[in-house]
Design a protein around this ligand. Structure first.
Ligand code: GLY
Length: 597
């Protein structure tokens, strides 16, 4: 078949071409990365070798433990914890603390995260919800002007209005309390040392800063850090962040109470409330009341596996689960066949229709959570696809089983790709999958105490109603905005076989679902699965990854009735497969590595 070479050529090759308009817009927040080995010349031999392995398109192989994340300095910090007998939860604390310094545009203390944990001793999977909350003073019209018109996306993002109560510090502390064994303060030490001694600005960080110059220079503290003397930080420049070191030292000594109460909390609130031109409504009470929530995982059967992830307020596990649950009813064993991408594309469109209608923070709105992933419901939805030979002419939300008569309007929200993903397996066999974010690249652009504050509230719907019906994901005080983050652990017979997740806004769902299919159904090793060119359909056009073999599907998919769009698709997949050995894969589209022993 015309596309027969697709599967065999799935080792990722990028030919950088001039970006189109849509890509330029995406580049404003998350640029393509130069992942050259030379950019990280001061790394350990093991990390240098891991970078070279990634560039060769091979998985990193190890016996005891493995870690994969978005920046080699962060991975090294986590690897040292694991090599010294620390748990995956311990390593995550060290990794997240360093990521907040070396990849500040994507995640950090000022943001939120979701964590999925497989416990080797009990065989159980738990999820921790460290999502930001809307301030108690927020109202459903937070992102509307005085005439009830929705604000422009960046008018809402930049400044205080979009800032939710950060959850990441408390998530780090709670995971450590539940599953850690290393000394808490020691885990923050690598980040403190790097912040005090300085680290080399990575290519990706430098490009991100240059691409966001206007917004980053709107607030004096942010401009002073990212544009010292008015000049953007350059790749390789040594950067110190003593304020970040001081914040971490206080958290090391006093726990996260030092963050959620007292002078740090007061500075966060003052920064949000005094943001020039766009003040927010966060209060010290919001910070003092913040808590992480432990929730049961959402799990869906797929082939001989169980795919488990983060339920509401994330739409991740439900939407990934719906796609895979529908595919489980269909024949999709040949990814070189354009018709397989019709099945995947329409399963995704049907899942996104349900997502837009039903999915939000289920602590605030009733949701048909079980009905959405009920196997009978998913087989009925899959039958809609199977009955056709072309793209479905109409896609609308279904009627999953539900004990409510609630009618919802469809969500109106905008999501840009940003965020970071950490996958870890420790020497005890515990597995951790955590996706972490400050939402847009550089979040709200507000910088305080050495870190950026999130703009997570713009993940809420800007509209409150659609066609007269309330929207489930509207803003409400204390509510958590719907997420697409999909940290995932796949098990077989109760044992973990794959740890995976990605950044990428609502495309995260497609990236993760496809990587699971690539590894578990199409037998690609974990690096090939991560590297595989992207074809992603959310609810509209079929996005094909520019500069890759995915472009060969343009004409066949158009013939099947899809509009197509060739564009950069900057995922940041980090995955670990667990079998006779551990195998790690790191996304060639980002700077990260997998490292193991
Ligand atoms: N802000 C990205 C997400 O939560 O999906």
């Amino acid at each position: 078949m015309l596309l027969r070479h697709f599967l065999s050529s799935c080792v990722f090759t990028v030919f950088l071409v001039s970006p189109g308009f849509a890509q330029q817009a995406a580049d404003a927040v998350e640029p393509e990365a130069d992942t050259g080995v030379s950019a990280f010349a001061n790394l350990s031999d093991a990390a240098q070798s891991a970078l070279a392995t990634k560039e060769a398109g091979e998985p990193v192989v190890a016996d005891d433990w493995m870690i994969a994340a978005a920046n080699p300095l962060a991975v090294e910090a986590g690897a040292e914890v694991l090599a010294n007998g620390g748990t995956a939860a311990d390593a995550m604390v060290a990794v997240q603390a360093v990521l907040g310094l070396v990849e500040p545009q994507s995640s950090g203390l000022g943001g939120g995260a979701f964590l999925v944990w497989y416990d080797a001793a009990s065989g159980e999977i738990t999820t921790l919800d460290g999502r930001e909350t809307a301030p108690l003073a927020a109202t459903p019209t937070l992102f509307q002007d005085e005439n009830g018109e929705r604000l422009g996306f960046f008018d809402a993002v930049v400044g205080g209005l979009s800032v939710g109560t950060p959850g990441t510090p408390k998530l780090m502390e709670e995971a450590h309390r539940l599953w850690g064994r290393s000394n808490w303060g020691d885990l923050l030490e690598p980040a403190i040392t790097l912040a005090e001694d300085g680290f080399a600005v990575s290519p990706r960080m430098a490009t991100s800063i240059a691409n966001d110059a206007e917004r980053l220079q709107r607030f004096p503290a942010t401009a002073a850090y990212f544009f010292p003397g008015g000049t953007p930080l350059a790749e390789g420049q040594t950067l110190q962040n003593p304020a970040y070191a001081d914040t971490l030292r206080q958290i090391a000594q006093h726990g996260t109470d030092a963050f959620y109460t007292g002078p740090i909390a007061e500075d966060i609130v003052a920064t949000v409330r005094n943001a020039d031109g766009n003040p927010g409504v966060l209060s010290t009470l919001d910070l003092a009341l913040y808590d992480v929530v432990a929730r049961p995982p959402i799990c869906v059967d797929f082939l001989s596996y169980e795919v488990c992830g983060m339920g509401p307020p994330s739409s991740g596990a439900l939407t990934v689960g719906q796609i895979l649950g529908m595919m489980d009813n269909l024949a999709f064993d040949d990814p070189a066949d354009a018709d397989v991408w019709r099945l995947i594309g329409d399963a995704s469109r049907l899942a996104f229709a349900d997502r837009g209608r039903y999915m939000a923070d289920s602590d605030f709105v009733p949701m048909p959570t079980e009905g959405l992933v009920d196997p009978t419901y998913l087989s009925e939805r899959a039958a809609l696809i199977e009955a056709e030979t072309n793209a479905l002419a109409e896609v609308s939300p279904g009627n999953p089983e539900w004990d409510h008569a609630q009618l919802w309007g469809d969500d109106v929200s905008i999501e840009f790709p940003s965020t970071s993903h950490i996958s870890i397996v420790d020497g005890d066999g515990n597995a951790l999958s955590m996706t972490t974010t400050i939402e847009n690249g550089f979040g709200s652009r507000l910088f305080v105490r050495g870190f950026l504050l999130n703009n997570e509230l713009t993940d809420f719907s800007f509209a409150t109603h659609a066609d007269g019906y309330p929207i489930a994901n509207r803003v409400e005080p204390g509510k958590r905005p719907r997420s697409s983050m999909s940290p995932t652990i796949v098990t077989e017979g109760g044992a973990p076989v794959l740890v995976v997740g990605s950044p990428g806004g609502s495309r995260i769902i497609g990236y993760v679902a496809k990587t699971i299919m690539a590894h578990l159904a199409w037998d690609m090793d974990v690096q090939a699965a991560v590297s595989m060119p992207h074809l992603v359909n959310r609810f509209g056009t079929y996005d094909l990854e520019e500069g890759t073999d995915a472009v060969a599907f343009e004409e066949p998919l158009q013939a099947l009735g899809y509009e197509t769009n060739i564009r950069g698709l900057t995922s940041g997949l980090h995955a670990i497969s667990i079998g006779d050995t551990l195998q790690g894969g790191a996304d060639p589209r980002r700077e990260g590595i997998a490292l193991g022993e």
